[in-house]
Design a protein around this ligand. Structure first.
Ligand code: PMP
Length: 406
């Protein structure tokens, strides 16, 4: 992307003009959440101004407009993921709720004592704990795919974990700590050799690389709106129709029913069976706007820009004495976790903040991974489409300055 294009993109994000302690904000905490372009913020305001009404229930005009907007958003998400059917798209609060939904409902339908779930060592807590809870409920075992020193999953070890007890494999497409892009196509193909379904955590992939759930043959694919320039509170579960139809509802309430009698309730069809209560229909149209925004720029171009930043920043950080980059996988997304000598990540993060630079520090909700590396945590800089080389330079200079203070 040219300087001009990046400047135009930056102009779309009002928050990037904010000052932090009187300094220009440099926002490098995009893996935690991204900033929102004006069109997304305005879409939400517009929906509230012009067609706010509870969806699906009303005969009146506003309710019909709001319902159509919500279903249009569903179709856009289906296109974005290349899902075969829009009823395979369930709106959730985010990645976490989507995984909990599958862990509960798939667990109720298909899991029994003695069964196993396979996750990887680099999972976010939200792709560990719901499976642990399922294992505790049912008397099952969690098995873990290890990784090598670069932070790449050990596929040979993975192969040996798959057996007749394995009920499901759940892995991140991209690690939020290491940036590793996992070979989910291979992971899915291997699991399918044993008829085992796979859930892919797409929280960190969808903002950076084009995803085709049909080509991947993913059984479930989940992501959060707020990490892809949409508001908080909206997310997506894609699930293959045959699985979703065979799974019981996750929550009971309005909208997910066909008929309710005190003797017996029957459930609605997909996708509504899994959308109990008033959904975030403002969030869904804002998510659609964010996906359209990303598509207008184009994920391949976004990826190219972010990769250039990743390579440049990594190279420059390595100029610093005692710099250790955690996560050096061959296939990497624009996330850089690092440590400098024995400087505590928290100290580094606090001092960078005083220089106007927002990074994340700590275990990044991946405590088992951090423990396995024998480190106290990392400092993590994560990039988005609006970050620039100048910001990288200021960031590297700031890390140098902070490092020299210790
Ligand atoms: N998985 C990964 C890989 C993540 O990075 C995150 C967010 N940090 C989540 C899951 C959870 O997403 P959310 O909090 O939006 O539900």
């Amino acid at each position: 992307m040219t300087q001009n294009e990046i400047q135009n993109i930056r102009d779309d994000f009002p928050i990037l003009k904010e000052k932090v302690y009187g300094k220009d904000l440099i926002y490098l905490d995009n893996a935690a959440t991204t900033q929102k372009p004006r069109c997304v913020i305005e879409k939400m305001t517009d929906a509230y101004y012009r067609y706010n009404a509870n969806i699906h229930r009303g005969v009146h005009y506003l309710s019909q407009v709001a319902t159509e907007a919500n279903e249009h958003a569903r179709a856009t998400v289906a296109d974005f993921l290349h899902a075969a059917n829009r009823h395979e798209i369930i709106f959730t609060r985010g990645t976490t709720e989507a995984i909990n939904l599958v862990a509960f409902s798939f667990g109720e339908a298909f899991c029994h004592a003695g069964d196993e779930i396979v996750v990887s060592v680099m999972e976010h807590h939200s792709n560990i704990v719901p499976w642990q809870m399922l294992c505790e409920r049912k008397g099952m075992t969690l098995r873990v795919i290890p990784m090598n020193e670069a932070g790449e999953l050990d596929l040979d070890a993975y192969r040996t974990l798959l057996n007749e007890h394995t009920r499901l494999v759940a892995v991140a497409h991209v690690s939020n700590v290491l940036g590793t892009v996992n070979p989910v196509g291979d992971i899915i193909a291997l699991a399918h050799e044993h008829d085992i379904p796979v859930l892919v955590d797409g929280a960190q992939s969808t903002p950076h690389l084009a995803v085709d759930v049909t080509e991947l043959d993913a059984d479930f694919y989940v992501f959060s709106g707020h990490k892809i320039y949409a508001p908080t509170g909206i997310g997506v579960l894609y699930g293959k129709e045959r699985w979703l139809n065979a799974m019981p509802p996750y929550q009971g309430g309005g909208e997910m029913i066909a008929t309710v009698r005190f003797e017996k309730t029957t459930y609605n069809e997909l996708p509504f069976k899994f959308e109990a209560g008033t959904p975030d229909y403002i969030g869904s149209v804002a998510l659609e706007e964010a996906l359209n925004y990303v598509q207008r720029i184009g994920l391949p171009r976004i990826a190219e820009h972010e990769h250039a930043l990743l390579d440049y920043t990594t190279r420059r950080l390595l100029e610093i004495d005692g710099m250790r980059i955690i996560g050096t996988a061959h296939e990497k997304s624009a996330v850089i976790s690092f440590l400098v000598r024995d400087i505590h990540p928290y100290d580094m993060g606090m001092l960078l903040d005083k220089l106007g630079i927002a990074v994340r520090t700590g275990h990044h909700c991946a405590q088992p991974l951090i423990d396995s590396l024998g480190i106290p945590g990392t400092v993590r800089a994560s990039f988005a489409l609006y970050n620039t080389t100048e910001e990288s330079d200021r960031f590297v200079e700031a890390v140098k300055r902070v490092s020299s203070m210790f």
